[in-house]
Design a protein around this ligand. Structure first.
Ligand code: SER
Length: 575
């Protein structure tokens, strides 16, 4: 069955306008990647008229960096396609619909067009902030009675059945999910709310529907395969990889397939490997594959060939892959070069650590350090004859995972952290982008406080997450409205002046004399990095920062309060 054709035809019959997939690199710069079909339609959920009408249907290219660590099992992917139908501006918008029709169409598509037996459905059970979605519950029960089928409807909590927003603010709402063979195959999101930057929910007068189902997962159910990697999308490539790397574990073969498909699509959307943002993610994907392939130059043609096979599979629907393949191959080759260099450094470091040691075996901690900082993965250490305490290495890796997990649970209720410098915390690559802007804004704020309140102001602490920056500093009294206004304006002036970032590294003693801001009692590495934005700010720091202050957006102080005697706290956001 051609699932995509069936899907498109069904929703076009229901008067939905077909909209092409947007790029994997979204226009909305508060997120790094397109992670859902609704993203390109975000404005139409909050009042802006949709140029396509109020019913649309799409197959959207998506990339979810937070699933990176999970890839290798039977159904996690970094890149995937999402089928979805959408409705905007209900109830006043012409032709718009809400729960009743969305549920009925979802049912008809899954049960009658795809011919799948729905096992059960879920609805949001409600909590202290948001009521139970009794409307969806009623609609499902009525539908089951009408069709004379048994259809259990289970209530689920916020973690499971409340969606969005993507990025730092936007539409969101309760969801209802359809399960087949234990797999969540369709997700209906009812956007009744708008979540603001500060986390507050506003009831929307115009409501929307956002539905989605991962194509590969649906295909696995339709084609009755045990994993997405056995579906028709992957079968050919997996056979090729099994041939090319017969000794690799299945998990690693799957990682190669997933990562190279993502690398091809990202390359086709203009992403280039680098040390920041989307480029950093692409670099990680490629380096992981190169590492699994044993860092052998001879494997490059085969890895290119895998990209070519994916291109053939998809090019009819995504013509950008034609040129994308050229970029993909170039990126594989250039990453092979730069990664080789980094590894040589790592190996040098390893030999230095081992020098004069009798057992010639790295400790778990040393090996972990090499793998984290030089990309010298366990596979590559083994390959290069570096012995290390494998058990201790695993223990060390687990310890690090737990540290970030513990921090993550505390902050975000259970998701893994993509960035945690102590000062900056971000849950996924999308959030990294926002906290990076907030971080640079915080440097400007530090300088602005000195400019407005005097040079005696000293930083006492700083904590940044996707919602806000929180900055503590020494000052004996409450700030006046006028002072707050001046500080905010000063930061925005620095932003408008569009200062480029310049990073220099120098011996600590010299750095202390350089006029850069630093904390008296903090221990810094030697040499230390200084991040400078032209004449606006100069500070000891490890990053990450925006390239130019203009990338920050607009800075706003949201709160000023006391935290201790002679210590004030400012909270601020960027927009
Ligand atoms: N946006 C929702 C999701 O990603 C439904 O499309 O699951």
């Amino acid at each position: 069955m051609d699932v995509i054709a069936v899907f498109r035809t069904f929703f076009e019959e229901q008067e939905h306008a077909w909209v092409r997939s947007a790029s994997l690199v979204p226009q909305d710069t508060s997120v790094l990647f397109t992670t859902a079909g609704m993203q390109q339609f975000k404005p139409y959920y909050s009042g802006e008229p949709s140029p396509y009408g109020n019913r649309v249907v799409s197959v959207q290219k998506c990339f979810r960096a937070d699933d990176l660590a999970e890839v290798g099992d039977s159904n996690h992917l970094t890149f995937f396609e999402m089928l979805g139908n959408f409705s905007f501006q209900y109830p006043d918008g012409e032709n718009s619909y809400f729960k009743e029709q969305a549920i009925r169409m979802g049912y008809e598509f899954v049960a009658e067009r795809l011919g799948l037996a729905i096992e059960y459905v879920t609805i949001f059970e409600g909590d202290e902030h948001t009521p139970r979605d009794t409307e969806s519950e009623r609609i499902w029960n009525e539908l089951a009675a009408e069709k004379d089928i048994t259809l259990p409807v289970y209530g689920e909590n916020r973690d499971e059945n409340f969606w969005g927003p993507t990025g730092s603010e936007g539409p969101c709402g309760p969801t209802s999910e359809i399960y087949v063979d234990g797999v969540e195959i369709w997700n209906l999101v009812f956007n009744q709310y708008y979540q603001h930057q500060d986390g507050t929910l506003e009831h929307q007068s115009n409501q929307g529907v956002d539905t989605g189902g991962g194509y590969e997962r649906i295909l696995a159910v339709v084609e009755q395969t045990e994993s997405v990697f056995q579906t028709s999308v992957f079968a050919d490539v997996m056979a090729y990889i099994q041939d090319m790397f017969p000794d690799l574990a299945l998990e690693h073969q799957r990682i190669i397939a997933d990562h190279l498909r993502s690398a091809l699509f990202l390359s086709a959307d203009g992403v280039t490997p680098s040390n920041k943002e989307q480029g950093y993610v692409l670099r990680r994907l490629i380096r992981k594959v190169l590492s699994l392939a044993g860092m052998k130059e001879e494997s490059l043609p085969g890895l290119s060939k895998i990209g070519e096979k994916f291109k053939e599979e998809y090019v009819e629907r995504y013509p950008e892959l034609e040129d994308g393949l050229v970029n993909y191959t170039t990126h594989l080759e250039s990453e092979f070069e730069t990664f080789s260099q980094a590894l040589r450094q790592g190996l040098k470091q390893a030999h230095k650590m081992l020098k004069g040691r009798e057992d010639n075996v790295l400790t778990g901690e040393e090996a972990f350090k090499l793998s984290a900082s030089h990309g010298l993965s366990p596979e590559l250490m083994r390959l290069n004859g570096i012995e290390f305490d494998e058990e201790a290495f695993e223990a060390e890796r687990e310890r690090h995972r737990e540290v970030s997990r513990a921090g993550a649970e505390h902050k975000f209720g259970g998701h893994g952290l993509a960035l945690d410098t102590g000062e900056l915390k971000a849950e996924d690559a999308d959030e990294v982008k926002v906290v990076t802007r907030l971080h640079s804004a915080t440097h400007l704020l530090n300088q602005a406080l000195r400019d407005v309140l005097g040079e005696d102001v000293v930083q006492k602490g700083s904590d940044i997450n996707v919602k806000r920056t929180r900055f503590d500093f020494s000052y004996p009294r409450k700030l006046t409205e006028e002072e707050k206004q001046q500080i905010e304006s000063r930061v925005n002036q620095f932003i408008e002046e569009a200062h480029d970032l310049e990073v220099t590294e120098m011996p600590l003693a010299e750095a202390r004399q350089s006029g850069a801001i630093y904390l008296e009692h903090e221990s810094y590495p030697d040499p230390v990095k200084i991040h400078q934005f032209g004449t606006a700010s100069k500070e000891f720091c490890g990053g990450p920062h925006v390239e130019n202050t203009a990338d920050i957006g607009t800075f706003q102080i949201t709160k000023e309060e006391a935290v201790a005697q002679n210590v004030r706290r400012i909270r601020g956001v960027v927009r």
